[in-house]
Design a binder for this molecule. Structure first.
Ligand code: 4AD
Ligand code: MG
Length: 448
């Protein structure tokens, strides 16, 4: 019988049929006259059995891990509980090697990942991604992006693609990557926020999924030099409505991801035995910045002082990463931390009416990660914005297009940015955001 060419994920529909599959040798084991291959093709894993009756069984003994092969045979259903993926396996009647891998250490790299030095693993990322942990992570990442887009579509936001090469900063000069742009100074974007704001009068509420770049000199679990930034901007809304929108987007996106059984299984596989991701319950807790300062002091969560000794937090302090995480882990659920002092936040943030030292700003904090979203209402008055540039020491000239928004039909508006890798670290119980990127970029690492 002729064999139909299929991908591994289709195997379940092809039980009893003769099929042809292309893939890579993920695992290899010999047991008497039988050779077991776990074949991988990106869509799944399939156990293939080569028996002594096969004309090429002898060649099979020279098979190596990570070789690419073509294999034909019949998909046999197995009794429940037999150790094979999805309770079926391919009983092979023929195979051929497409690209033979050398075998030995090189090809084994992705199977022994835990034992390797981090730098070696990072250099070998192109092989490590073939392993189950990373490939599952990347599959969930793809599902998450789809789910974000579906959530935004259902809420009526339009997707735009802003530029990555820019001449303005958004989140402070110290983390800018600068480069020469045909003789002019330019930067890799820190955030698409300013561009999204310009879209409101043209396209209505908008979102983007774009790379953002930060020259973060410190090594932390959650800082990357390049990361995927999901950002949205909405017009004619209040701060409270902005918070409700953020909650809605996150819950719809998470629900969408968990609703697909395949994705759910991948997520579960990344949690330790007996543990799993707990979807957040609504409404998210809201906590005023000043109450967070109080919380830290009441729970002995200190702040590192300039002389090396730790001390209590005072209003006006930036709550450092460690303190923020300690508080979030103690509380153990998502927190909207709101109303930060203006001195520690970005120049464009709207002040709280009647409480001008503070801003209509929000950080969404998640257990195990800390801040995953930063957002705010934006200043809508022209004079106020000009004053803010001055206070920040920003030359307003290159910002003319941003300033113009306050001239041609200004409105109350607000938005936020979400770090995709941080959301994934929360969802997939990863220790660092680096594990959730295809080829992570951080201090000292720009390859592969
Ligand atoms: O809090 P941030 O700096 O806010 C902004 O960029 C706003 N302009 C966004 C907006 O309002 N449109 O960054 C937003 C989020 C953070 O909460 C964090 O999740 C992520 O981006 N982020 C990083 N993720 C990984 N590595 C870094 N170095 C990051 N810096 C920020
Ligand atoms: Mg922030």
């Amino acid at each position: 019988t002729p064999a139909t060419k299929i991908k591994i994920k289709q195997a379940v529909e092809k039980r009893g049929e003769r099929v042809r599959i292309f893939g890579w040798v993920h695992r290899l084991r010999q047991q008497g006259a039988m050779i077991f291959i776990v074949l991988r093709d990106g869509t799944g894993f399939l156990q293939c059995v080569l028996t002594g009756k096969l004309p090429q069984t002898f060649d099979a003994l020279t098979l190596t891990l990570e070789s690419s092969i073509q294999i034909t045979g019949t998909i046999n259903e197995l009794p429940e509980g037999k150790t094979a993926v999805d309770n079926h396996e391919l009983s092979a009647d023929w195979f051929s090697v497409v690209g033979k891998a050398p075998g030995g250490d090189e090809a084994f790299l992705n199977k022994v990942s835990e034992d390797r030095a981090p730098d070696l693993l990072a250099d070998a990322r192109h092989l490590v991604i073939r392993g189950e942990t990373v490939s599952s992570t990347l599959k969930v990442r793809a599902a998450l992006l789809q789910s974000f887009r579906a959530a935004y579509a259902s809420l009526g936001l339009l997707e735009v693609t802003p530029p990555c090469m820019v001449q303005t900063q958004v989140e402070g000069g110290s983390t800018l990557f600068a480069f020469d742009y045909y003789g002019e100074q330019a930067y890799l974007t820190q955030s698409s926020q300013l561009y999204l704001e310009t879209c409101l009068p043209s396209l209505g509420d908008v979102f983007c999924v774009a790379e953002s770049f930060r020259a973060e000199k410190s090594h932390t679990r959650r800082h990357l030099s390049e990361y995927t930034h999901v950002e949205a901007e909405l017009a004619f809304l209040t701060f409270e409505e902005l918070l409700e929108h953020i909650e809605e987007v996150i819950c719809r996106t998470i629900d969408g991801v968990l609703a697909d059984p395949k994705t759910k299984a991948l997520i579960d596989s990344l949690w330790p035995e007996g543990e799993s991701f707990t979807p957040p319950s609504r409404p998210f807790m809201r906590m005023d910045y000043r109450d967070a300062i109080k919380y830290c002091n009441e729970h002995n969560i200190t702040r590192p002082g300039p002389d090396g000794t730790d001390g209590p937090h005072v209003v006006g302090d930036d709550i450092a990463e460690a303190a923020e995480r300690k508080m979030t882990d103690q509380i153990g659920k998502p927190i909207f931390l709101i109303n930060f002092p203006k001195e520690i936040k970005s120049f464009y943030m709207a002040r709280i009416p009647g409480d001008e030292g503070f801003t209509e700003s929000v950080d969404l904090l998640m257990p195990n990660v800390g801040e995953i979203v930063g957002g705010s209402m934006r200043m809508s008055g022209l004079d106020e914005l000009m004053e803010a540039y001055k206070h920040e020491g920003i030359d307003p000239t290159p910002y003319y297009w941003y300033t113009d928004q306050r001239k041609y039909g200004t409105t109350p508006h607000g938005g936020y940015g979400l770090g995709l890798e941080r959301l994934l670290a929360w969802l997939l119980n990863r220790f660092t955001v680096r594990e959730t990127q295809l080829y992570p970029r951080y201090t000292g690492r720009c390859k592969p």
